[in-house]
Design a binder for this molecule. Structure first.
Ligand code: ZN
Length: 134
């Protein structure tokens, strides 16, 4: 079951300058910075009530974030929904006709197991499913 919006991912060119910008916007500091080596990104997280904002900066020109910014510029990159059982949701959504980008769960930032759905099957929005690691 999809429970809530866990976070919104925003692609940025510079994590440092965007951390400053979002600090002004939210009136609070990010609570963590974390590199996801497998995705070639560096991330930072802000907590807003129950929802987080994840800023993503490419650490390598081959990173999906680098390609996204090249094509579309900075902006909203994905919406992440928290699920209670990742494998079950992946199977359910696959059977509903959504295209999974990764067919097995992978490690995401902030202690999560994740799976992405291809934007071509979700009205142009990259969807992340995430489940807290137990
Ligand atoms: Zn994310």
């Amino acid at each position: 079951m999809i429970k809530k919006i866990e976070h919104i991912g925003i692609a940025v060119k510079s994590l440092n300058s965007s951390n400053e910008l979002f600090k002004k916007l939210f009136g609070k500091e990010h609570y963590k910075v974390e590199a996801v080596v497998s995705e070639a990104v560096s991330t930072s997280f802000f907590m807003l009530g129950e929802t987080k904002i994840e800023l993503l900066e490419a650490t390598d020109p081959t990173s999906a974030i680098a390609k996204f910014i090249e094509k579309k510029g900075e902006g909203i990159h994905h919406i992440a929904y928290e699920v209670d059982n990742l494998e079950e949701e992946m199977l359910r959504l696959k059977n509903e006709g959504f295209e999974l980008i990764n067919s097995t769960p992978k490690d995401g930032a902030d202690n999560k197991r994740i799976c992405f759905l291809h934007p071509k099957t979700t009205n142009g929005i990259l969807v992340e499913l995430c489940e807290e690691k137990k």
